[in-house]
Ligand binder design. Structure first.
Ligand code: ADP
Ligand code: MG
Length: 338
């Protein structure tokens, strides 16, 4: 190996003072995940300001929507909306309204009230809700308990036990906000991702961005690498946040609101036979114009399963899907099949 780095460092020293165009990179841990940012700036001296504005926006949204921060607006809503009507920010009203739209169009597969039971899980500690508690709370898991006056930004939960969590939509919303900020600074080429939600602005200056879809059972591998530009892509999987319980079941973070349990993704039926349930998905990627839609859709298709999930995407204009079933087979929506 040649000592390239010191030379690059010297070059950088001599370059200061004259602004030039270049790629700029950053990575920060925010919203319980890694935020990756890459953008092209025509004037290098602006890069720091642009970078800060984008990361500050992720921090602002996290401070408002985190269920883990007692002072977040979301935590206040979860404490108060079961007792009476609360006034919320226009932004929170908009995100809840969008969530309710996807609840309606997915037959309840997307349901932010999953948190009524979901909040009892701790994937790092290997902790889950017991069967009795889940059964007792299940009637409180229902998006129809959410009464939202979108215009007046007023919100109430009709069941006092109901809680909400925006983990299935907030990251997609934030990457859209990040792109809006980049555009306001005149940036035309960028890639922003928050965990499994990415948004690509333009291309990689003359070539497409290459986006990898992780192999759901092997961290070191990609299941696919796809060339993309000017799009959002969201991936939902059962491999990000999970533990394996004493019965050998995978306990993960995407809940089926109908059962109040993590969506069943264990391969095979009870005796472990492969291919017994061809409808189960373990990875879902959705492509579309905005993260605000691809994020809730990836969670929804995951819960709906292959047949109903792909049917949903087929009937939506401008969206495509790449899914992997429990037997590790990959399927595409019709717009991606040559
Ligand atoms: P990631 O958080 O890795 O981007 P997803 O986009 O699939 O993955 O979102 C999963 C998150 O969505 C969960 O961590 C949880 O906060 C939330 N969630 C889980 N199940 C549902 C559901 N049925 N409807 C809406 N949100 C859900
Ligand atoms: Mg999602």
């Amino acid at each position: 190996m040649y000592p390239i780095r010191p030379l690059l460092f010297l070059a950088a020293l001599f370059a200061t003072g004259s602004s030039h165009a270049d790629w700029h990179y950053d990575q920060q841990a925010i919203m319980g995940t890694e935020i990756h940012l890459q953008f092209w700036v025509n004037d290098d001296s602006k890069a720091g300001e642009i970078n800060r504005a984008v990361m500050d926006e992720f921090r602002r949204i996290d401070a408002a929507l985190s269920p883990y921060k007692e002072n977040s607006e979301l935590s206040r809503v979860n404490r108060e909306a079961g007792k009476g009507t609360v006034t919320v920010s226009p932004e929170l009203a908009e995100i809840i309204d969008k969530s309710l739209h996807y609840s309606d169009s997915t037959g309840g597969a997307f349901d932010i009230t999953f948190a009524t039971v979901g909040s009892l899980y701790d994937f790092r500690k290997g902790q889950k809700a017991d069967t009795q508690t889940t059964e007792n709370l299940l009637p409180a898991v229902n998006y129809r308990h959410i009464a939202l006056d979108k215009r007046k930004h007023r919100l109430a939960f009709k069941d006092p036990r109901t809680k909400i969590d925006l983990g299935g939509i907030a990251k997609g919303y934030s990457v859209d906000r990040a792109v809006a900020i980049l555009q306001s600074f005149g940036v035309h080429n960028a890639s922003v991702s928050a965990g499994g939600d990415a948004r690509l602005l333009g291309d990689k200056r003359g070539k497409p961005w290459l986006i990898g879809i992780r192999h759901p059972r092997d961290k070191s591998k990609n299941a696919a690498v796809i060339p993309l530009e000017n799009t959002a892509i969201s991936t939902s999987g059962d491999y990000e946040r999970f533990f394996i319980d004493s019965d050998d079941h995978r306990v993960h973070h995407i809940f089926n609101p109908a059962t109040g349990l993590p969506t069943d993704t264990d391969a095979g039926d009870e005796d472990g036979k492969q291919g017994a349930d061809q409808d189960k998905l373990i990875s879902v990627s959705i492509l579309g114009p905005r993260g605000f839609d691809t994020d809730p859709l990836s969670t929804s298709v995951f819960v709906l399963g292959k047949r109903k999930g792909l049917a949903l995407i087929e009937q939506l204009d401008g969206f495509e899907a790449i899914v992997i079933d429990a037997d590790h087979r990959m399927f595409f929506s019709s717009g991606l099949q040559q």
